[in-house]
Design a protein. Structure first.
Ligand SMILES: [Zn+2]
Length: 298
């Protein structure tokens, strides 16, 4: 997953050209956070030191990847256990699913950023790099963002900061301009099964049909046991691929355009499907109604 981004960063690291601050943007912030943590493991892995024979090239780095737990180095083990003292993860105190009254708790406050600054002011204990991961960075308050500018501008020693955000537009331009942005897409990671291809074919037919056909489909299709999520997932992947096609990205698997959607319509569809699938996962929505709402918009 996200092999391109991984190879890019790994090459930079091995060439000694790693940046100090990266903005990782993409919808799936959870998997981006896993990616960032994995990268922190890579740069701090004790097996990635130059081997005693000093050979370069392929022999230079020899990470703990694929090793059994016993054979892994101390740093890799600590990072995997979540107890590595040179890695700090900053996150808002409340999660996405917090109730409205708790909304103000969702921001990342200046005190949390001061904690990160304090952390960065000390030398690393075990690793080569001190790393800070800021999850949902768009939740940084205005003050917190301003407070952090200095760290992005004048990093001390070997530090690496990852800002992760699904809404990078909400960050101050002074922040984004000091980070190297990397976009994460969810493509190519999914091989559709025969069953999924069949469902997509039906959905593509339905998109070009009238309302009666759409309602009929929502009425008859089996929506038990997570099938709504399956259908929404298929639609979301389809529209993401379509969007990439529209902006000129060549995809491995060709995308069929059943209708001539504009980029605006595609973005709207992706957002709607995302919202509906979020609701269906967190609340007790009527599956048929949810599917009807989506189909009406397509
Ligand atoms: Zn290791």
């Amino acid at each position: 997953m996200n092999q391109k981004q991984w190879d890019f960063l790994k090459n930079k690291f091995e060439a000694g050209q790693l940046g100090h601050a990266y903005l990782f943007s993409g919808k799936d912030v959870t998997s981006i956070e896993i990616f960032a943590k994995e990268f922190v493991r890579l740069v701090n892995c004790l097996s990635s030191q130059i081997l005693p024979d000093g050979k370069l090239g392929n022999n230079k780095y020899n990470y703990c990847e694929g090793k059994t737990w016993e054979d892994k180095c101390q740093n890799c083990k600590m990072i995997e256990r979540g107890v590595f003292p040179d890695l700090l993860t900053i996150t808002s105190l409340q999660s996405e699913s917090s109730t409205k009254n708790e909304k103000d708790m969702m921001s990342i406050e200046i005190e949390q950023l001061r904690q990160a600054q304090n952390f960065l002011s000390y030398k690393s204990f075990y690793g080569a790099f001190k790393a800070v991961i800021i999850h949902n960075a768009e939740r940084l308050t205005f003050e917190a963002q301003n407070c952090f500018l200095k760290n992005l501008e004048e990093p001390r020693g070997e530090t690496i900061i990852f800002l992760i955000s699904s809404k990078p537009d909400m960050l101050l331009p002074t922040i984004t301009s000091r980070c190297q942005e990397m976009k994460f897409f969810q493509i190519g990671e999914h091989q559709s099964s025969k069953d999924e291809q069949k469902i997509l074919k039906e959905l593509l037919n339905i998109m070009t049909s009238d309302l009666a056909v759409k309602f009929q489909y929502a009425k008859n299709v089996n929506l038990d046991e997570g099938n709504l999520n399956k259908i929404l997932g298929i639609l979301q992947r389809y529209f993401r691929d379509l969007l990439l096609l529209k902006i000129g990205v060549t995809l491995k698997t060709p995308v069929i355009e059943s209708k001539n959607f504009t980029i605006g319509q595609i973005k709207k569809a992706i957002k709607l499907i995302g919202d509906i699938s979020h609701q269906s996962n967190t609340t007790n929505v009527n599956s048929k109604l949810a599917l009807e709402i989506v189909l009406l918009e397509l």
